[in-house]
Ligand binder design. Structure first.
Ligand SMILES: [Zn+2]
Length: 122
């Protein structure tokens, strides 16, 4: 199993935490914002979809009364189980991008005021 470590301080980060909060993980030691890199997340989603499709195929052959419901149920369950498992197995961490800072827009508002309105021709 891949070991997830903080790129800053090499602290190991638990697998369940990685899977549960893959978009916003905080290093328990140095507080760095981390995220799971895109590749494994895409792969885990694809694996989940594939597992769901396989489960659907396998269960849709049944002719029981629940035959029309169970395939979808199995597909959802397969996706829900396989996708995070694959993510846990493959995930590695990278630095999350910095949180964007809102830039106040003084310039545009004053320009608009001078050039714009007040032009009411009576
Ligand atoms: Zn750290």
């Amino acid at each position: 199993m891949a070991v997830r470590t903080c790129p800053h301080c090499k602290t190991e980060i638990s697998a369940p935490q990685t899977a549960a909060r893959s978009n916003d993980i905080e290093c328990p030691k140095c507080g760095a914002r981390l995220e799971v890199s895109q590749g494994p997340r895409t792969i885990s989603s694809l694996a989940g979809l594939a597992a769901g499709a396989i489960a659907y195929q396998l269960s849709s052959g049944s002719t029981s009364d629940l035959g029309s419901v169970l395939p979808a149920l199995y597909a959802i369950l397969a996706f829900g189980v396989v996708s995070p498992v694959v993510l846990i197995l493959m995930a590695n961490l990278r630095n999350a991008p910095a949180v964007p800072v809102a830039v106040p827009s003084h310039a545009s508002s004053t320009a608009g005021h001078g050039a714009g309105g007040h032009g009411g021709h009576h």
